[in-house]
Design a protein around this ligand. Structure first.
Ligand SMILES: [Zn+2]
Length: 226
């Protein structure tokens, strides 16, 4: 990747950070974003800076050992970068990770209720089910380990009593998944107020998952049918 390409990625991270803030998916200095820029090399957002007010110069280059690469720029990486590294380690095709606290989806995470009702056709097709990983202290090794069992099957995971993490082959895809998680959470909440969502029949879910494959996406994660 050229210097210019890396700079463009840093600019895009700032843009996505601003979108997260504008859409209320992060408050204060919440959340973090990263992009893979080479073999074992990543760019990530600085700790302690609002996602609204980041500049490309604040971005930090990290290696797969969670160490800063290059000259210090006065900013520290988030302690939650370990969570991102786990995604890159277990999902080689993933090139971007977004972590945020979208309020409705985080409400589900706090209540430890997965978003796994197969009732919104396009969400079944494009997002799949969103499980809740076991609670662990933010920034700890345990929080990274908590998502490991879900990573092979899910592109979006709720972190119990914390927030959400999404990933994709590029940053736009990872970010859009975060938007989708919040949208599904909102709709699911409204459907509960209206008497509960009607789940699609299994053959229709299979059909949607097949169409999802045509979008070159990972097969959406099924929750187990009982
Ligand atoms: Zn967080």
């Amino acid at each position: 990747m050229t210097e210019q390409e890396i700079y463009d990625i840093k600019k895009q991270i700032c843009e996505i950070g601003e979108n997260l803030w504008l859409r209320g998916m992060v408050a204060s200095n919440d959340g973090n974003i990263s992009v893979r820029i080479g073999e074992g090399l990543f760019v990530t957002t600085p700790s302690g800076v609002s996602k609204k007010y980041m500049t490309p110069e604040m971005m930090i280059t990290m290696n797969a050992e969670n160490k800063v690469v290059g000259e210090p720029n006065g900013f520290k990486p988030s302690s939650e970068f370990k969570l991102h590294l786990k995604c890159y380690e277990l999902r080689p095709e993933v090139n971007a990770v977004v972590h945020a606290h979208p309020p409705i989806a985080t409400g589900y995470a706090v209540s430890r209720v997965p978003l796994d009702g197969y009732n919104m056709s396009e969400a079944v097709m494009l997002l799949g089910s969103v499980p809740v990983a076991e609670y662990a202290t933010p920034g700890s090794d345990e929080v990274a380990d908590s998502i490991a069992e879900f990573l092979p099957y899910h592109d979006a995971i709720l972190l119990a009593n914390h927030g959400a993490v999404t990933m994709g082959k590029n940053l736009m895809t990872a970010y859009f998944r975060m938007e989708s998680v919040e949208q599904v959470a909102k709709t699911t909440l409204v459907s509960r107020l209206l008497g509960g969502a009607q789940e699609l029949p299994k053959d229709k879910i299979d059909e949607l998952c097949d169409i999802g494959k045509n979008y070159a996406l990972r097969h959406p994660g099924y929750r187990k049918y009982s």
